[in-house]
Each structure stands twice: as C-alpha cells, then as structure tokens.
Ligand binder design. Structure first.
Ligand SMILES: [Zn+2]
Length: 330
C-alpha cells in the first residue's frame, strides 16, 4: 500500500501535475494521460510561472509539451483553460471541449465581460452596494488576463465516448459549478476525471453564471448542481480525480455529505427568514459575517442557490423592495 492518493491513477498512466494559480483555491490539477494520443486534461492559468511549472512537470514524466497531441478542457474557468491555447500552439494538439462551451471559449474576452455585466446586475439586484460591486468588477477584469481564448477543434457531446488507444473516456455534462462542467468516466478502470464538479476537500461553488441560451432570467445553479450530483452518484466509480486537491474514493459518501450540508444550510436560511425578511446579501452577512470583496459573488451565489431550492419547495417567496429582491418565509 502507498499513501499517494494518485498512485493507482499513475499506474494507469494518468499523472497529476499541480499547477500554481493566483486564486484563493490554490493549485489546479492538470492530468497528463500517457496514451495515444498523448493527452493533457486542462492546462492551468495563463501565466509564465504556471507555464514553467507545467513544462517542467511534463518533462519530469519523460515527455515534452511539443509532444502533446490532445488537450481536453473540463470547463470554462480561467484557472483550467488559460494555458490551453499556448500549449496547443506549441504542439499542434487537438483541443477537445464540450460543444455547448465552444462559443464561450472561442470568444473568451467578450463572453467573460458579458458574464461580469450579468453578475453586476445580480449583485445590485440582491442588495450588494455599488462600491463593493465596482471593486469586484475591477478585480475580475484584472484577473481576466489569466484566461485566454481557446480554439476548439474536437467538440464533445454529452454521453459520447472519447476513444484513446488504451482507454475509453465517457463524456458527461454536469452543469452547476459552471455551465460547461464536463466529467470523463473510464468505466473499465472505474476512474472519474471530475474536475471541479466534485472536490474532496471543499464543496464546489454553484456559481451563478449568465445563461448560455440567451434567456435573461437567473439560472438556478445550485438546483442544477444538485441534479448533476445525483447523476454522478449513480455512476460506478472507485477513484475520483478532481480539479483541485487530492484524489479520493467513496464518491457516494462524499456526495451524501454534500447533500446533507446543503440541506442544513437551506434550513438555516429558512430560519433566518422566519425571523425577518432579508435580501440575499443580508442573509450572506448573517451566515458568514463580514465578507471579503472577492468572496461577495461566491457567497451570494451560494445563498441564491438555497433560496431557489426553498422557493421550489414553496418555503420562501421573493418580493421586490426599492429595486432589491427581498425574501420572506411562507
Ligand atoms: Zn472551476
């Protein structure tokens, strides 16, 4: 027995490289799959440091970035896709991503700006002050340089297999953390490349993101995420390879813990609303106290997600007061 949580993955030719990011989440996991084609899953954020670490990591495994033949992108977040184009240009690699995510990835800057505009409206609508919104908008604009457009040459579809020489990865769309979350299931080895859909050490943020179908309403990210988790819970998996942190086993137990956590949080929010009606931001403050500016949208997304769950159950009602949404228990 070994203590390395990635040992059985490495034995199957899947090697984890932990690439630094400037974000609170810390390092991001990139996986090199020694197969034909030689495959990289995600690439890390677009920075010189990250590129160096990636290059050295791949070299340490006896390969070079020039040899990469396929890069798979798990979702649209910049800590995962920032370096994809640079890697592909070094190697002429194919780039695979969920078909539905292609418009976002190819027009990254405009799409990211539109997402920020959407987020701004959600924040103002839910009681976050203009000061905080403006500060967060500048942080987000500054971070955008860690992303980059991605030209996708191999569109992936939900439910379809991606065939490599020594393995078949079944592609599953699992929206919730982002609209484009995609997981890759090796049924034979019972391994799941889960990216940020399921993390061992932290619960994934159900980030509210601009709907991709052109509709103007606020998507129910947490509701969608819980649905995605239910689908993943049914899968036959021994080892999960996440987008951050260590590999882990017993995904059903972990998913059940996440369900319990979310149920507890929804109940707590309901109790706060029994006391008095509140905006989503007031609920976030009641739950977590003074929230750092950079965390304002994450925590708001979390609260709104629970309010969606409660509203769907008929336990809360949304009313408007002076342009701000206020929620009350019913
Ligand atoms: Zn992510």
């Amino acid at each position: 027995m070994t203590d390395d949580p990635f040992a059985s993955a490495a034995a199957a030719g899947i090697h984890r490289l932990a690439i630094p990011t400037p974000f609170a989440v810390g390092r991001v996991n990139v996986y090199l799959i020694e197969d034909d084609p030689l495959t990289l899953v995600d690439a890390g954020p677009n920075s010189g440091t990250s590129f160096d670490v990636l290059q050295r990591g791949v070299a340490g495994l006896g390969h070079s970035l020039e040899e990469i033949e396929l890069v798979i992108v798990t979702h649209q977040h910049i800590d995962h896709l920032g370096l994809v184009s640079l890697v592909a240009s070094h190697s002429d690699a194919q780039v695979a991503a969920l078909e539905a995510a292609i418009p976002f990835m190819e027009n990254f800057s405009d799409e990211a700006q539109a997402d920020d505009d959407f987020a701004r409206d959600i924040m103002l609508r839910n009681g976050i002050s203009q000061d905080v919104v403006s500060a967060l908008q500048s942080v987000s604009a500054a971070f955008r340089g860690w992303g980059a457009p991605v030209h996708v040459t191999l569109p992936l579809r939900d439910g379809e297999p991606l065939e490599l020489r020594d393995r078949t990865l079944h592609v599953h769309h699992r929206p919730g953390h982002s609209p484009s979350d995609t997981i890759f299931h090796d049924r034979e080895r019972r391994m799941l490349i889960a990216a940020d859909h399921l993390l061992g050490h932290i619960s994934s943020n159900p980030l509210i993101t601009r709907p991709r179908d052109g509709s103007s309403g606020r998507p129910q990210a947490l509701v969608q995420y819980l649905e995605s988790l239910r689908a993943t819970r049914e899968m036959d998996v021994e080892l999960v390879l996440p987008g951050h942190g260590d590999a882990f086993t017993d995904h059903r137990k972990l998913i059940d813990q996440r369900f319990a956590l979310h149920a507890r949080r929804a109940d707590k929010i309901h109790r706060l609303l029994v006391e008095q009606p509140r905006s989503a931001y007031e609920i976030a403050q009641a739950l977590w106290g003074n929230i750092a500016v950079t965390q304002a949208y994450l925590t708001l997304s979390e609260v709104l997600g629970h309010l969606d769950v409660l509203a769907n159950e008929g336990r809360v009602q949304e009313v408007e007061r002076d342009g701000v949404s206020v929620f009350r228990a019913r």
